[in-house]
Design a protein around this ligand. Structure first.
Ligand SMILES: [Zn+2]
Length: 155
């Protein structure tokens, strides 16, 4: 399939999802022009705030390919990824992102991710979400154990 055909499928999924109780978002993960897996937004339908189309597609693609590394694959998403999905795309090592709608289009219909993008640029103490370090001397034990572990799978 061409990249336009793959994006058309992501867009078709975003439209179809409205009839299935989800938000207007769809994503396709492809390798060498073949669809590996798809995902749609299931936040409200699944009571899962992380069930964005891209994250759902990444989970499905990893299950299908039996891997945690999707290098060699590309993602086609009906909307520019939010910070969570963008981070997930980095973690999954996808090669490239194609997006249909831009994040300002999403903001115009009430999906405003820009405040999270803005928060990420602020120092921790200036963010709206309070966060404080707690029991760091105990938490570090697992890191030291990880460093010493001989049979670990690096990722
Ligand atoms: Zn997202």
């Amino acid at each position: 399939m061409t990249k336009e055909e793959l994006m058309k499928e992501a867009i078709r999924l975003s439209e179809e999802n409205l009839d299935n109780g989800g938000g207007p978002f769809g994503a396709v993960i492809a390798r060498d022009g073949e669809i590996v897996a798809t995902g749609v937004n299931r936040v409200t339908a699944s009571h899962d705030p992380t069930a964005h189309a891209e994250v759902s597609a990444i989970r499905a693609a990893c299950q299908k390919l039996n891997t945690f590394n999707l290098s060699g694959c590309e993602i086609y998403t009906s909307c520019e990824p939010c910070p969570m999905c963008l981070a997930a795309i980095y973690w999954a090592h996808l090669d490239k992102v194609y997006f249909g709608n831009g994040k300002t289009d999403a903001k115009d219909i009430g999906f405003d991710d820009s405040f999270i993008y803005d928060e990420l640029t602020l120092p921790r103490e200036k963010r709206k979400l309070p966060a404080e370090m707690l029991l760091d001397k105990e938490a570090i034990r697992a890191f030291k154990m990880w460093q010493k572990k001989q049979d670990k799978i690096e990722y």
